[in-house]
Ligand binder design. Structure first.
Ligand code: ADP
Length: 331
């Protein structure tokens, strides 16, 4: 008998074309998890509404992000469910029901909420404070028992677990309490070499970029500030170009480190090599992306099929939840 596989849920807001940070920090892990888990990946467009002002971009950005995910190897043919959060409206229902068992103090005390209040003092909306409840609804609606998290996101998942425990104490053992699956935390810095790579800071490199664009961005990257002249020895441990080489130039990284420390290679040459290796790494990805992009209907069909499969699970959960609470049944 084959053992039942554990079920993973993870979501990301539709931010359009994905960058190296998204790829190294999330997507490649999503792809790998498919080997051992039943995976549900969600474009969380409703979550985007809590902070996003340009809602006119949601459709395009959902499409672009889905293209990147599919081309990177997220594969519905392997059983993975890939869908858009708002296409399965039961999540909104569950969000409301869970909000009834969530003390407001739990939400307003969260450091992430306080940070958002600082970031957008003029838009502290009801949805913003309820963000973690919506996240709990996402995870529990699909009965996921495993959620991949970096150590930095662990408190969020702990919050979901607390809501689940509280709900189950009140109404019986209905919701699955998810476990964290700690993933290696990779923080990719932007081309400024200082801040986290992020589209909003415009310090990013898109994985779908053609080679000449990758080269253009890589050539702008900050390197070791102490290395002023070509003849100065470099310090790879403080250089962001080197940290990307570690991933994209695995075969030659030892040589690059040696040459940098001994001023055997200049920063310009070192960056050219990196740009080439990034472009080569993503060459098959760019081809698969172009194939998908030639048939946009197929991309939307994948999402529609994902929503159908996700709905079936959602319907089971929401029925069980309403029944446990004691809401009157509809005849
Ligand atoms: P979200 O707010 O939904 O996390 P982001 O676009 O910020 O949306 O990130 C999507 C995923 O990519 C997240 O899992 C995040 O950790 C990862 N990610 C984003 N930027 C970086 C980065 N610079 N380094 C590592 N991982 C990143």
């Amino acid at each position: 008998m084959t053992e039942q596989r554990h079920r993973v849920f993870s979501g990301a807001r539709p931010t359009g074309r994905q960058h190296l940070g998204n790829y190294l920090g999330a997507i490649r892990n999503y792809v790998a998890l498919q080997d051992d888990y039943d995976c549900i990946y969600c474009v969380v467009d409703l979550h985007a509404l809590t902070t996003l002002s340009d809602t006119d971009k949601l459709r395009t950005w959902t499409y672009e992000m889905t293209l990147d995910w599919l081309a990177a190897g997220i594969d519905p043919d392997r059983g993975t469910i890939l869908f858009v959060q708002s296409h399965v409206p039961q999540v909104v229902e569950l969000h409301l029901l869970l909000s009834m068992v969530t003390p407001l103090g739990w939400l307003t005390r969260l450091p992430t909420f306080k940070e958002k209040v600082r970031q957008q003092p003029d838009n502290v909306n009801y949805g913003l404070v309820g963000y973690p409840v919506l996240m709990a609804a996402d995870i529990t609606l699909y009965k996921a028992d495993t959620v991949p998290v970096g150590v930095d996101q662990a408190p969020h998942l702990e919050f979901t677990r607390e809501i689940v425990r509280r709900f189950n104490r009140l109404f019986g053992d209905v919701l699955v309490e998810p476990q964290a699956k700690y993933t290696e935390f990779t923080k990719v810095l932007g081309i400024d070499g200082k801040q986290k790579m992020s589209k909003s800071l415009n310090n990013h490199i898109e994985i779908a970029s053609p080679p000449e664009e990758i080269q253009g961005r890589v050539m702008q990257m900050m390197t070791d500030p102490a290395r002023r002249y070509r003849s100065d020895p470099g310090h790879p441990e403080v250089c962001n170009v080197y940290s990307l080489h570690k991933f994209f130039s695995a075969d030659e990284v030892g040589q690059i480190e040696h040459d940098c420390r001994n001023a055997g290679i200049g920063c310009v040459q070192c960056k050219r090599k990196l740009a080439q290796n990034i472009a080569d790494y993503f060459a098959p990805f760019r081809e698969r992306r172009a194939e998908w992009d030639a048939h946009p209907d197929d991309v939307w069909d994948v999402l529609a099929d994902g929503a159908r499969r996700a709905s079936a699970i959602a319907e089971e959960t929401i029925t069980a939840v309403k029944d446990a609470i004691g809401l009157p049944e509809r005849r």
